[in-house]
Design a protein. Structure first.
Length: 503
């Protein structure tokens, strides 16, 4: 058996799907073959086998019609009234079990194609006609060489941005790299360095890009350059028809990142985990990746809103995408492909994402720890969908055999291994003569995971100004809950344990 014959038998065995189509075409070339060709060109390419029934039975092509069918295929593929733009296809004639099959390989095209003026796309094992302008626009966006994030807006000015965010960027960049060049750059220089100020090669106009507006823009700026932009955070644990809680986010990506993580912390339990000697929050490890993915890998030109919905036992995110592959993604078929490389690189400089593809690997590593054995469900299509399981009320630690229960009861004492999540107005507040506010509790929580943080680190994590952080720290010091240790330049704040109070 030849290699070609064996390959075709394997394709028949697989059955029809995203990239395989059967057509009987016994005595003439069926016209629907051009719809499939058009759909394959517009999606990821594929193989068409003429002489095979839908159920995989080999019926063969009538011998004396083979050349006529090949001639018609070649002629019509070169007729702009049939396929526009025209396209050359490679074909082969193979005999299997005494029957003739025509093999047509259709590559993915760099351009959108139409059959008799209509555009077609491929989904699962079927071809469908793009019935409205939005779907056609999405097709053209997938085929374009550039990225939506690089669209130049020549009339954007620095006053259209939240300029105070640039100090936050410098602080975050300093945490990722002590000598980061952004630390000493002006606001304008940071945008140029981040490739958020470009010259449009078609018009010659220079200006700030959509990526700049998305990262730093005021709400009015975003409403002007991208009117449909928003990210919807919903909690539907009880009221699945409407919602229990909602955050309608229309601010820039810097603010959206913080607000989405705050929504997660408000509604989801946490689990803590020892990796070596490092104590980690599983919830943070997973959902920092989830939130970054929702914001970074979104096709912003489409009006489809990005959503993050917390249900009773799972979190589901959805956003419009420019898919590179279709279907379920796992570690075996993972092929990282940037959707917004400029925004992704900016998030990387801030320490919010790592290398392309690392987020999926991290979710596969930590999701089974968050919920025993549960893997993330990642589905890529025009809508990118991610599902993460969680367990209601689960605030117990993991790795208990290593160091005892990490998140067990603390009997009213603030311990290095005590809970950060749970009834926060209970055990932590029992140490103080008056209740702690939410920001003070957050600082205590941060120092339990990362002892030795300085004011700048805490300011970035809280997304609060230095002046406010000084006030919270002063209050905690007066309550004898934290203290500063080390030199003025390299020291930081630590929780005062019960043993230290007794001395």
């Amino acid at each position: 058996m030849s290699t070609e014959t064996n390959k075709i038998k394997q394709l028949i065995k697989q059955g029809e799907g995203q990239e395989i189509e059967f057509k009987e075409s016994y005595s003439s070339l069926t016209r629907s073959v051009f719809e499939t060709i058009c759909a394959f060109l517009n999606r990821k390419g594929g193989t068409i086998l003429l002489g095979v029934a839908d159920n995989g039975n080999i019926v063969g092509v009538k011998e004396d019609t083979v050349q006529d069918q090949l001639d018609m295929l070649a002629r019509d593929m070169n007729n702009p009234q049939i396929i526009s733009p025209t396209f050359f296809l490679a074909t082969d004639v193979v005999e299997i079990d005494g029957k003739t099959i025509i093999y047509i390989f259709v590559p993915e095209s760099s351009q959108p194609h139409a059959y008799k003026g209509a555009y077609y796309d491929r989904k699962e094992d079927g071809d469908f006609k793009l019935a409205n302008q939005q779907l056609i626009t999405n097709l053209f966006l997938r085929k374009q060489d550039g990225y939506t994030e690089n669209k130049v807006f020549p009339f954007l000015r620095m006053e259209d941005f939240e300029t105070e965010l640039f100090d936050t960027v410098r602080n975050l960049a300093r945490l990722t790299r002590a000598d980061h060049p952004w630390i000493n750059m002006t606001n304008e220089e940071i945008l140029v360095s981040a490739r958020m100020r470009l010259r449009d090669s078609y018009t010659g106009q220079e200006g700030y890009t959509l990526a700049a507006a998305l990262m730093f823009g005021k709400e009015n700026t975003l409403a002007s350059v991208l009117p449909h932009y928003k990210t919807d955070a919903l909690c539907r644990k009880e009221d699945v028809e409407r919602y229990d809680d909602r955050d309608d986010i229309r601010c820039n990506l810097m603010g959206a990142y913080s607000r989405l993580l705050a929504f997660i912390r408000k509604h989801l339990p946490d689990r803590f985990y020892l990796e070596g000697n490092q104590r980690m929050s599983i919830r943070e490890l997973i959902f920092r990746e989830v939130v970054a993915n929702l914001l970074v890998h979104r096709e912003f030109s489409n009006a489809y809103p990005a959503t993050m919905t917390i249900y009773k036992n799972e979190v589901v995110t959805e956003n419009w995408s420019r898919p590179y592959v279709m279907g379920r993604i796992n570690l075996e078929n993972l092929k990282p492909h940037p959707k917004n490389p400029t925004i992704a690189n900016f998030f990387k400089q801030l320490g919010w994402v790592e290398e392309l593809g690392s987020g999926v690997r991290k979710m596969y590593k930590y999701c089974p720890i968050y919920v025993n054995g549960a893997l993330p469900v990642i589905e890529e299509g025009d809508v990118f969908k991610l599902t993460i399981k969680y367990e209601v009320g689960d605030v117990e630690g993991v790795n208990e055999g290593v160091n005892g229960p990490i998140n067990g009861p603390n009997n009213g004492h603030l311990q290095q291994n005590g809970p950060i999540n749970g009834p926060i107005n209970g055990p932590i507040n029992e140490l103080a003569s008056e209740p702690l506010n939410g920001n003070e509790i957050h600082i205590i929580s941060l120092l339990k995971i990362n002892p030795g943080m300085n004011r700048e680190d805490i300011s970035v994590s809280l997304n609060r100004g230095i002046t406010s952080v000084k006030r919270y720290i002063s209050s905690l010091k007066k309550k004898n809950l934290i203290e500063y240790r080390g030199s003025r330049k390299t020291g930081g704040y630590y929780i005062i344990t019960d043993n230290e109070k007794d001395k």
